[in-house]
Unconditional design. Structure first.
Length: 430
């Protein structure tokens, strides 16, 4: 609360927002617990609480308050991404690495081709307006790239809150991260094609900036992770405080270094997990237990910020496109799993973790709307409506998939095994 009162902006809003923060933390946590008892993910409860109490329904959390609550987002994204990096142990994933790459490659090809065909055929219903053949081709390719993106944040949060561990969790997380990295690179190329089609080619600033955000963020995050691994190895005290300081450092340097905190934190987690195991596993356990208040506020704020008016404007167009996207995700992952030789339950349930969309999708859309307001704002309205749908549907589907795979709660068993191995090293190597 001190953070909101002191950094929250206008004085007259700061203290009411701090009160709202406390109310949201308690009430959203209660909503999540109630939904968990009926088999739904707590994340959905946090989102629904924010949506119902937000400016479009009860207006308990007003628009200014919802904006002020976004202050938690930077720290939350970094913490969630760092936990994701801690989930990806290369030694453990090595036997499945080829399968992961094959699944991701084939799935993205099929999904991209299917979405492109669907958008080309349904162009008249999108409301974008008349364009030349080349311009329409460029815009369809751009919208396809945006709609093919996923949500690493929601995927990571669901794995953390359900204490899930196993092949499906690791496979889904790896596919989501690899696919979004690929799509961000593809987005930079497609944007150049769009500029050529609309006669605005020649500007390479955005391309260079996006490439730096990807590779520069990874390099910076890897360096931070290496330093944190040294701290774990030689000091190893006050871990919650050290973890918070590291997350604040990454989030705080977003603007001056022009980095993407999600990618930097992911790289930091990867380095810690693969340089300093099993300390990385123990750190992951501590981080996930301590992340609950941050997750509650993050998703409650996301729910309050869902633009339900955009969903109402697009109506059946958004619903139809959402159903088409989900069907193509199911088809593409089935094809990818078959090609990679991945059997059930991973091959048949991995699609459930790819439905959600959030920050990456919205970020790409804002770039388009800012550069081409005449038709980009229409795309923005459509994509925001789809995000609202997928934020509500995706977590429910993914938790169902994790439950069917029998992976919910298995992380606790894994951590107990790691703790036993650290305390009794001779028992691990008889």
């Amino acid at each position: 609360m001190w953070l909101v009162v002191n950094l929250g902006g206008e004085a007259e809003l700061a203290r009411p927002t701090a009160l709202t923060l406390g109310f949201a933390l308690i009430a959203a946590a209660l909503a999540g617990t109630l939904l968990e008892r009926v088999g739904l993910p707590r994340v959905t409860g946090y989102l629904l609480f924010g949506m119902v109490c937000g400016p479009y329904i009860l207006n308990v959390i007003t628009r200014p308050m919802a904006r002020e609550l976004q202050i938690i987002n930077g720290l939350a994204v970094v913490l969630i991404a760092f936990i994701a990096g801690l989930e990806m142990n290369f030694e453990r994933m090595r036997p499945r690495l080829r399968s992961i790459l094959q699944l991701c490659g084939v799935s993205m090809l099929v999904l991209y081709a299917g979405l492109f065909a669907a958008l080309w055929i349904g162009w008249g219903w999108l409301g974008i307006g008349e364009m030349s053949g080349l311009q329409q081709l460029a815009v369809v390719a751009l919208l396809t790239t945006i709609l093919a993106s996923f949500s690493p944040t929601v995927t990571i949060a669901l794995i953390a809150e359900s204490r899930a561990s196993g092949p499906l969790s690791e496979m889904t997380l790896a596919v989501v991260i690899l696919a979004d990295l690929l799509l961000i690179l593809l987005f930079t190329l497609v944007m150049q094609f769009v500029r050529y089609a609309f006669g605005t080619a020649g500007e390479v600033g955005l391309l260079i900036s996006l490439l730096w955000e990807i590779f520069g963020s990874f390099a910076f995050g890897a360096a931070v992770g290496a330093l944190f691994a040294l701290y774990l190895r030689h000091v190893g005290r006050e871990l919650p405080l050290a973890l918070l300081a590291m997350c604040a450092l990454i989030a705080g340097l977003k603007v001056p270094l022009h980095i993407e905190p999600l990618l930097a934190a992911l790289a930091a987690g990867l380095v810690v997990e693969n340089i300093a195991p099993p300390r990385g596993d123990m750190l992951r356990e501590a981080a996930e237990r301590g992340a609950l208040p941050v997750l509650v506020l993050f998703f409650a704020a996301a729910g309050a910020s869902l633009q339900l008016d955009a969903l109402a404007v697009m109506g059946w167009v958004a619903a139809g496109l959402s159903a088409t996207r989900m069907g193509l995700i199911w088809l593409s992952t089935r094809a990818g799993a078959r090609y990679a030789g991945i059997s059930a339950p991973v091959g048949s349930h991995v699609w459930m973790g790819l439905v959600s969309q959030a920050g990456v999708t919205l970020g790409l859309t804002l770039i388009v709307a800012g550069e081409y307001p005449s038709w980009g704002t229409t795309i923005q309205t459509l994509v925001v409506a789809l995000i609202a749908l997928h934020q509500l549907i995706g977590p429910v589907l993914f938790r169902a998939g994790l439950a069917r795979a029998g992976e919910i709660g298995r992380m606790d068993t894994d951590v107990e095994d790691v703790s036993h191995a650290m305390l009794n090293p001779e028992s691990a190597h008889p």
